[in-house]
Design a protein around this ligand. Structure first.
Ligand code: PMP
Length: 461
């Protein structure tokens, strides 16, 4: 792209686009990174600068950019049959094939798939299915939903209501009457003053107390990310998922696992729920890596037990499952997902993640030597570096400014990480090599050293 074309694009974007999650104080200032090309694990901006993508697009680009197999699948499906309604008794070939493939890959008896358009619409749909499940049994009062502080479940009204990051819950309106947030479950053995067993006991006590206070007969479901992603890569103490699953079973509360980020290989398995955490949820939500980000698509996987109960008890006067979107199970998106799964299986991408994941986290942990690093957390290919002005803890304004500075130094050295509050979050494409991981860590180390120098020059810390 010619340089003046690149500049014109940046100007158009600044004038006309309201970006998701934009910093409104910078609206119209024309500083956006406009990405125009991508290949492997690298993206190129409108000025021709190359960056190593350590955020995998947005947790989602798993098999890397420029995969011809995926492009061919999209193109072939778009030529043959780009779209037709998915409603009622109409389907399309890739959607039916993909549903059968997902049933094969998913844990336990999660054999029925309700397609959506993205993660948020899948989370919404899963909660609505939980409501329908109880309503169909004549128990509509079971409608309260348990989520967790620091969770992220999307940007629809319900997804945002379930999300529990304090910083995001200030200016819009949220459903607060029947959505409740339990304590954020992260446990970091490096920084925690208590043992993992004590932490687990405290979390379970809190959950039991919430169930007792609301009354189990008013609670429909518990929604949980296996590892909280956008909240800061928070890994719960060992045994947390099994124990919360058991609590849900005991109280007839449906367990919804939000695997929008952890699904499709990021933790070394197609799904983390069973393979990593030993649980089979009642419903499982996935999106992002399902198509490696090449197409928007989400899905709710429903256990046979739930699906059968819905069908058995459907109200004869109103038997319609009134949920779904124009683009639910879009044929081009489903064809892309099938091609993506084919590549992942052929190349054993999950096996690769199990190999490079511990290396990634291990190398990143070396960054704890920097005085401006408060913690490094991670699990396979999701990780975060928590920054602080020495002596200050948490997302204070100065710590946030510091993380933004580290992010800028990374960017000028050709590395994209994702700043959130005082965190630099990383989730590279799953095909990242150990050599590329070394580059990520080296650039990050240099950015941290530069940010630390900035602090000294400014007399801070
Ligand atoms: N759940 C989780 C765990 C997520 O991280 C996200 C997106 N980052 C969503 C749901 C929402 O997905 P989408 O942005 O595709 O709507």
């Amino acid at each position: 792209m010619r340089q003046d074309d690149g500049e014109a694009l940046v100007a158009k974007d600044a004038r006309h686009v309201l970006h998701p999650w934009a910093d409104l104080s910078a609206l119209g200032t024309g500083t956006s990174l406009v990405v125009t090309e991508a290949s492997g694990v690298e993206v190129v901006d409108a000025a021709g600068r190359k960056y190593l993508d350590a955020i995998g697009g947005m947790w989602c680009v798993t098999v890397g950019y420029g995969r011809q197999e995926l492009v061919d699948a999209m193109s072939a499906q778009a030529s043959r049959m780009p779209y037709f309604t998915p409603f009622a008794d109409v389907s399309n070939e890739p959607a039916a094939e993909l549903a059968a493939t997902l049933a094969e890959l998913s844990p336990g008896d999660l054999n029925r798939v309700h397609f959506t358009t993205c993660g948020s619409t899948a989370v919404d749909s899963a909660v609505r299915i939980a409501h329908l499940y109880f309503a169909a049994q004549g128990r509509p009062e079971k409608r309260h939903v348990l989520s967790r502080t620091d969770a992220y479940h999307g940007s629809t009204y319900l997804g945002a209501s379930l999300s529990g990051k304090e910083a995001d819950r200030t200016r819009f309106h949220y459903e607060n009457e029947w959505v409740h947030h339990l304590e954020s479950p992260g446990y970091d053995p490096d920084t925690s003053p208590v043992t993992a067993a004590e932490r687990l006991a405290g979390l379970l006590e809190g959950m039991e107390a919430a169930i007792a206070a609301l009354g189990a007969d008013t609670i429909a479901c518990f929604v949980a990310e296996p590892v909280l992603a956008s909240g800061g890569v928070l890994v719960p103490p060992p045994g947390y998922h099994e124990a919360t699953r058991e609590l849900c079973r005991r109280h007839d509360i449906l367990y919804i696992s939000d695997e929008v980020v952890t699904g499709f290989g990021r933790l070394g398995h197609f799904f983390a729920s069973e393979a990593r955490f030993g649980i089979v949820p009642d419903l499982l939500v996935t999106a992002k890596g399902l198509t490696s980000g090449y197409q928007p698509l989400g899905a709710v996987l429903i256990s046979d037990r739930i699906a059968d109960a819905l069908a058995r008890t459907a109200d004869p006067a109103k038997p319609v499952f009134s949920n779904g979107f124009t683009y639910s199970g879009h044929p081009v998106a489903c064809a892309t997902a099938l091609a993506n799964i084919e590549v992942m299986r052929r190349e054993d991408v999950c096996g690769h993640v199990r190999d490079v994941g511990p290396y990634f986290v291990g190398r990143l942990r070396e960054l704890r030597a920097s005085p401006i690093v408060a913690a490094v957390r991670g699990d396979h290919l999701m990780a975060c570096v928590e920054c602080h002005v020495p002596g200050e803890s948490g997302p204070t304004l100065r710590n946030q400014a510091l993380a933004a500075r580290v992010d800028r130094h990374c960017e000028t050295s050709g590395l994209l990480v994702r700043p959130f509050e005082n965190l630099c979050i990383m989730s590279p494409p799953l095909v990242v090599t150990k050599g590329e991981i070394d580059r990520i860590v080296d650039i990050m180390a240099d950015a941290l050293a530069r940010a630390e120098r900035d602090l000294r020059d400014e007399g801070i810390g």
